[in-house]
Design a protein around this ligand. Structure first.
Ligand SMILES: Cc1cc2nc3c(=O)[nH]c(=O)nc-3n(C[C@H](O)[C@H](O)[C@H](O)COP(=O)(O)OP(=O)(O)OC[C@H]3O[C@@H](n4cnc5c(N)ncnc54)[C@H](O)[C@@H]3O)c2cc1C
Length: 495
C-alpha cells in the first residue's frame, strides 16, 4: 500500500475530517518548515495518541495552541501488516514474572483505549498519602482533593455510568455520575468472620454501549481542529536538548527508515508506562544527557502492576448472591496499617461463573523496572526495553493474608479450601517508571508532570503514579492529563 493510499484510508476512516496538516505527516512530506531561530513548528508536540496524549491534545487545541500528536501505530482499521513499526515494540522480561507486551498495551492510533474494558474508578484519598498515613511508600505531591474536580470532568469525558454512591464504600464525590443506573442496586451482603463487607458496583465507561475508544470521537475532534495535526506510523526515538535545559526537538523514525525532527515549544511524552521511560533512557545518550530529570535514577524504576488472585467457586454455591460485579475496599487501609499492601475484594457473579478475586497493589520498589536491553535491539538499532518484575516479601505476605480471608469465606460457607495459584493473574494496569515527586531527588517529574530540570518537557500517563492503589488507572490518567492540558495552556499563553 502506498503512502498516498494509506492517507486515503485514514481519510475514509475519519469521514473526511482529517485536516490538511494531518495528511502532510502521513504522506511523508516535510513535517516542519521552521528553523532554530525561534520560529517553532508547533506549540505542543505530544508523543502517543492514547487516553493521556489525546486528552491533553484536545485541551491545547481548544485553546488555539498548534499541537502535533506523533503516534507510532496505524489506525486500528488498517490491516495488521500495515503496522510497519510493530517489531520495534516488543520487550523482554528478566524478572521473576512474565509481563507480556501484547496483553497489556496496544501500539496503534488511540493506544490501549482500543482494548480496555471500561471500568472507571477513582483512587482513594489514602492512596495519595502512603508515607504520611502508613509510613510505607511515597506520598503524591498532590492530594485527592486537588484531583477531585478533574475526576468529575474525566468521568464526563469517559461517559461513566454508575449507581448512586454508597457512603463509605467508594471515595467521597461531589458530582453525580454523568449517567446514573436507575435500577436498584442489590448488595451481595457478603460477610466474613462476622464482618459485613461494604460492596459497590464499579462504574463503567459507556458511550452508546461501548467503552470510550478515543479513535472514534476524540481523535476525529482533534484532527478536525485547524490547530491539530496527527502523524501516524512515526516512532519518536530521541528527545534532544541543545542547552541541557530546554528541549529543542524530538527525532522521529518512519517505517522506511527515514529520520525527521519536530520542534515545538513544549513536549509531552504520553507513550505508556514502558515506552515513556525507554524514550527517556534512549535520550540520555543524546543532547538531553544533562537534564537532571532524564538522568534521574528513578527513570524506569518503581514499575508496578496489579496482581490478581482469583478463586472460582461452583455455580451451585452462589447461595443467593445477586448477579453483577462488586468491589469492596474495606481491607485496603486495614492491610496497610499492618504494613502490607492494599487489596480489594472483587466478586463476579456473571452468568454461571461466580468468582471471588483478591486484587492487590504492589510495593513500589526500584528493583521492579523498565531498563534498556543489553542484547535486543529494534530495527533502528535502538535497545528494546526489558521489564524486571518480581515480588517483595511484603507482596508475598499480602497475598497470603488475602488468601486466608478468602479461605475463611469458603470455610464459613462449607466450601472446599480454595486452591489459588501462586502466579498472579496480572491486570493490565501498569504504573510507575517516571514517578511524580515534590523534589528532583525523589522522582522524575514534578506535581505538574514536568520533568525536573527542564522547562518544556512533560510526562502524561500512569508512568507518573508514585503508588498505584488498587483502582483501575485510566480515570486518574485522564484526570491528570486534563490538569496537564490546563497547565500547558496557562504556561504557553503566558510566555
Ligand atoms: C485488556 C485491557 C483491559 C483494560 N481495562 C481497563 C479498565 O477496565 N479500566 C481501566 O482503568 N484501565 C484498563 N486498562 C488500562 C488502560 O487501557 C490504560 O490505562 C490506558 O489505555 C493507558 O492510556 P495511555 O494513553 O497512558 O497509554 P496508551 O494507551 O498505551 O498510549 C500510548 C501510545 O503511545 C504510542 N507510542 C508508544 N511509544 C511511542 C513512540 N516512541 N513514538 C510514538 N508513539 C509511541 C503507542 O502506540 C500508544 O498509542 C486495560 C488495559 C488492557 C490492555
Amino acid at each position: 500500500m502506498t503512502d498516498q493510499s494509506l492517507s486515503l484510508t485514514r481519510r475514509a476512516f475519519l469521514q473526511g475530517s482529517l485536516g490538511a496538516a494531518g495528511l502532510v505527516g502521513a504522506s511523508g512530506l516535510p513535517l516542519v518548515g521552521c528553523s532554530r531561530s525561534g520560529v517553532f513548528g508547533y506549540d505542543v508536540c505530544i508523543v502517543g495518541s492514547g487516553f493521556a496524549g489525546t486528552t491533553a491534545a484536545l485541551r491545547t487545541v481548544a485553546a488555539g495552541l498548534r499541537t502535533v500528536v506523533v503516534e507510532a501505530g496505524s489506525f486500528p482499521t488498517e490491516p495488521r501488516s500495515d503496522h510497519a513499526l510493530g517489531p520495534s515494540f516488543t520487550y523482554s522480561n528478566s524478572g521473576e514474572f512474565e509481563y507480556h507486551a501484547a496483553a497489556h498495551r496496544q501500539i496503534m492510533v488511540g493506544g490501549t483505549s482500543n482494548h480496555w474494558r471500561g471500568v472507571v474508578n477513582r483512587l482513594r484519598p489514602s492512596d495519595f498519602r502512603m508515607q504520611s498515613e502508613f509510613g510505607i511508600g511515597a506520598d503524591w505531591p498532590i492530594d485527592y482533593d486537588e484531583l477531585a474536580p478533574y475526576y468529575c470532568k474525566a468521568e464526563s469525558a469517559l461517559w461513566a455510568q454508575g449507581y448512586a454512591p454508597i457512603d463509605g464504600a467508594e471515595p467521597a464525590r461531589d458530582c453525580a455520575y454523568p449517567q446514573l443506573i436507575d435500577t436498584p442496586y442489590r448488595d451481595p451482603d457478603l460477610q466474613i468472620d462476622g464482618k459485613r463487607f461494604r460492596f459497590f458496583s464499579p462504574a463503567r465507561s459507556n458511550r452508546n454501549g461501548w467503552p470510550v475508544r478515543v479513535v472514534e470521537d476524540e481523535i476525529r475532534e482533534f484532527t478536525a481542529s485547524r490547530f491539530g495535526t496527527l502523524l501516524t506510523d512515526r516512532q519518536v526515538t530521541h528527545i534532544v536538548s541543545l542547552d541541557g535545559r530546554t528541549i529543542d526537538h524530538v527525532t522521529i523514525r518512519s517505517p522506511d527508515g527515514g529520520t525527521e525532527t519536530i520542534r515545538a515549544r513544549s513536549f509531552v511524552i504520553a507513550a505508556g508506562v514502558i515506552e515513556t521511560p525507554r524514550l527517556l533512557l534512549l535520550s540520555r545518550a543524546e543532547g538531553a544527557s544533562q537534564i537532571p530529570g532524564i538522568q534521574s535514577r528513578f527513570v524506569g524504576r518503581h514499575f508496578c502492576a496489579h496482581p490478581g488472585f482469583p478463586w472460582k467457586f461452583e455455580p451451585s454455591n452462589r447461595a443467593g448472591l445477586p448477579a453483577g460485579v462488586f468491589r469492596s475496599y474495606d481491607l485496603s487501609d486495614a492491610f496497610r496499617r499492618e504494613q502490607l499492601n492494599a487489596v480489594h475484594l472483587q466478586l463476579f457473579v456473571v452468568g454461571q461463573k461466580p468468582m471471588l478475586q483478591l486484587q492487590a497493589e504492589m510495593e513500589s520498589r526500584p528493583e521492579n523496572q523498565v531498563r534498556l536491553s543489553q542484547t535486543e535491539k529494534d530495527r533502528f538499532g535502538n535497545p528494546l526495553p526489558d521489564v524486571a518484575l518480581g515480588f517483595s516479601k511484603r507482596d508475598w505476605q499480602t497475598r497470603e493474608r488475602g488468601v486466608d480471608i478468602i479461605g475463611a469465606y469458603a470455610r464459613e460457607h462449607g466450601l472446599a479450601v480454595p486452591q489459588i495459584k501462586t502466579t498472579p493473574n496480572w491486570r493490565s494496569h501498569p504504573s510507575g517508571t517516571c514517578r511524580m515527586a515534590t523534589r528532583a531527588s525523589d522522582g522524575v517529574v514534578d506535581r505538574n508532570g514536568r520533568v525536573f530540570g527542564t522547562d518544556n518537557l512533560y510526562v502524561a500517563g500512569a508512568s507518573v503514579f508514585p503508588s498505584s492503589g488498587t483502582s483501575n488507572p485510566t480515570l486518574t490518567v485522564v484526570a491528570l492529563a486534563m490538569r496537564l492540558g490546563e497547565h500547558l495552556v496557562t504556561a504557553l499563553k503566558r510566555a
